[in-house]
Each structure stands twice: as structure tokens, then as C-alpha cells.
Design a protein around this ligand. Sequence first.
Ligand code: FAD
Length: 419
Amino acid sequence: MGSLANWAGNVQFRAATVHRPASVPELQRLVASSARIRAIGTGHSFSPVADTDGDLVSLAGLPPVVDVDTTAAAVRVSAGQRYSDIAPRMHAAGLALANLASLPHISVAGAVATGTHGSGDANQSLAAAVSALELVVAGGDLVQVSRDADPARFPGLVVALGACGVVTSLTLDAIPAFAVRQWVYEDVPFSEVMAAFDDIASAAYSVSMWTDWRGERMTQVWLKRADPADVPPERWHGGRLADADLHPIAGLPAANCTPQLGRPGPWHERLPHFRPEFTPSAGEELQSEFLLDRAHAVDALAALSRIAATLAPAVQVSEIRTVAADTLWLSPAHGNDSVAFHFTWVPDPGAVAPALSAAQAALAPFGPRPHWGKLSTIPAADVAGRYPRMDDFRRLVAEFDGPGQFRNEYADAYLWPGG
Ligand SMILES: Cc1cc2nc3c(=O)[nH]c(=O)nc-3n(C[C@H](O)[C@H](O)[C@H](O)COP(=O)(O)OP(=O)(O)OC[C@H]3O[C@@H](n4cnc5c(N)ncnc54)[C@H](O)[C@@H]3O)c2cc1C
């Protein structure tokens, strides 16, 4: 981060200082001496989830640990590492993560803290891969927790919005490295998606459906296939196979997107939509995303298509993905095999506001859970009520952060709606 703003520039962090400790003991001393402190990852959240009026602390200066354990099929990483830092190291050792988000530049700790996800019927949120955490809790103590040793509390500590302490390292489950080929279909009609949602969503290891709401169709459907490749048919569900690499936003160059046209590549160079070697420009978009039970996918798509005229002027592109259920208390996919409706908005809050309200109203009957790192104006009490373990999470925060050192307004609003 060059300045005290997030990646998109829509959140000006109020912290006077961003600390950058070079060691865990230095971080512990910092936490012990700070009245109010919060971790910041790579600042890619659009919501003020990382904001604080106290101190911010970045872990990007910690020694960069990537300990690959091929026997245990696991990797332990220091919290400031980005997925693009760790994935090539894992691949070189013959291992992979089961999934990645669209952008590999985000920090592992930051992505995990907000329940960040990719796509795929069988793929859970990235946080579901976490088997152990080390964190500095209130007062500066260093604590280790793991899925096996602490099954009662661990599911609350992973997607924790930074509210339980500063995570210093994470251990992630790994699977054998695999190759992926990416194919894109253009102009798949909504009618086909509604008639065959499950077929389309399950057509590949990871599927992304894109629309600009300017026609009754998915402008593109991206299929990331991990199976041995047969060349897919020219026509599929009413769409046609693309004959050139594409950017999901019409008119933007495909050069910063991961290769398509079925060219095989390692998992970490195909599962994200964007290449790590291109730094995406800042400040040119806002984002919102809502996860809901995938049983409602078709009805929710129909509801949104009815307000397409309101959405279209404010949307650069929307993406529809599926996410497998997990058990993490604050994961937006908690307990539900989910469908995620994402909106990349124009970078104009005034234009976005009516479209965001309309999208939320259209999705309201399906009890959507907003992505913690993106924009939402759904009342906090409604959101909190959609998490059956919220009371348990409140108790966990009280246990790990008695003095309230890690509290911020954003998390407080959901934890204690109404004050
Ligand atoms: C271009 C773009 C594409 C995106 N694509 C996707 C996508 O495909 N799927 C998806 O689900 N989301 C996506 N997102 C959202 C993004 O994944 C989340 O906002 C994620 O949290 C960003 O990670 P970060 O490192 O920037 O975290 P930050 O925004 O810096 O912080 C997020 C939260 O993590 C906490 N945190 C950070 N580090 C630590 C730590 N060490 N210990 C404790 N808490 C910590 C912070 O306190 C804060 O609460 C995208 C965002 C952008 C800008």
C-alpha cells in the first residue's frame, strides 16, 4: 500500500500509522502496547472491514515463510504472503491448493479473514483449506490453534474479520498439483442457464458465468477444466466457443487475463482470472457480492434479470459462481452449497447506490449473505441473523479480545447490531 487507502481508493483508512514489524516478537510488543490495532493485508477489500481509528499493522515485512510438507500434503505460510507468492512454490513441490480467487495478488490472511472464494460446485471457500493458525491475541500473547486440536473453536477463528487477533501464520491443506485448461463460451442465453443451471455450473472444475445485464444472456461462460481435455463442441447451451482470449469486461484487453483457448497450464496460472505478473489498476471499480443457497440460483437470476435496466448502467460486469458449503461460522457459504452473485460496478458511488439497492431488494427473498470484503447496505442486524453461529462468534471475540483491541466499527456493526 502506497497510501492510507484501500486498493480501490474508496476507503481512506483513518489509522495514523501503518506498522510493519519485521518479526513476530516485534509484532507482539506492538500489540501489547497498542490500545487499538488491526491487521491489514493487501488492502483489496472494498468494505471498511480493515479500517480502524487505532493502528494498522501489515505483516508484509515478516520473514516470508513457505514451508511445503509433501508428506502431510500441507503448506505453512507467513500471513503477509500473497497467493501469487506461495502457489509457484507449492507447484514446484508437486502440490496445489484446491482453489484460488480471481485475483492472485491478495494476501492469504486477508482472503481467509473475509471468506474469499473462487468457483466450482465441489470447491469450498479458500478459508476451508486452513488447518492451523498462529495468532497474536490481545495483550500480545502468541497462540496456536488447529482444526484437530481445537475443533470446538477453530471454525470460528478462521473467517474472523481480523476480530480475534493478528494472524501470523496459516497452515493450508494441499492436494496433488494438477493442470487446468480454460475454455470460454460466448452468449449463452439466460433461458438456457435457467433451464440447465446445474449442468452448466458442473460442466468444469470451476465455472464462471458473466453478464453485463444488457441482454438476456451470459456474455461469457468460463470453464476451467481439470480433466483430460477433449476439444469442447463449437456450440454449447446456445453459446459459441470463443476463438480468441477474452477479458470478462467487453473491450478490455485480454493480456492481463489467464490464458484460454484450452491451452494447458498449472492450476495456479489458470484458476485465477487475472495473471500475477500484471498489477491490476487501482480505483477503477467497486464490487459487491451476495451468496445464497444455490437451490435459489435460478429464481435469483430471474429476479435480477427483471431489474436489468437498473443494473446495466452501473455494472461493468457481473459474475455468477458456485461455492461448496463449509462449516466456518462466519463464512458466507456456511452450511449452504451456495451461488454467488457478484457485481463489478463503475467507480462512481452515486451511480452504484440505486443499482446496489435494487440488487439487494431483488435478492432479499433468498436471504443473501454479503461478501465481508465488498459493498453492501443490507442492515447489519439482518446479515447477523443469517449466521446461525453468530452468538458463538461473539463469545469467541470476547474470549480472544477481552479488552477490545481488535474491534472496529465495521465488525462491531455486525457483531452488536444496534449498538
Ligand atoms: C480485483 C479484485 C478481485 C477480487 N476477487 C475476489 C474473488 O474472486 N473472490 C472473492 O471472494 N473475493 C474477491 N475479492 C475480494 C478480496 O478477496 C477480499 O476483499 C480479501 O479480503 C482481500 O484480501 P486482502 O489481503 O486485501 O485483505 P484486506 O482487505 O487487507 O483485509 C481484509 C480483512 O482481513 C483482515 N486481515 C488481514 N490480514 C490479517 C491478519 N494477518 N490477521 C488477521 N486479520 C487479517 C483485515 O483486518 C480485514 O478485516 C476481490 C477483490 C479485488 C480488489
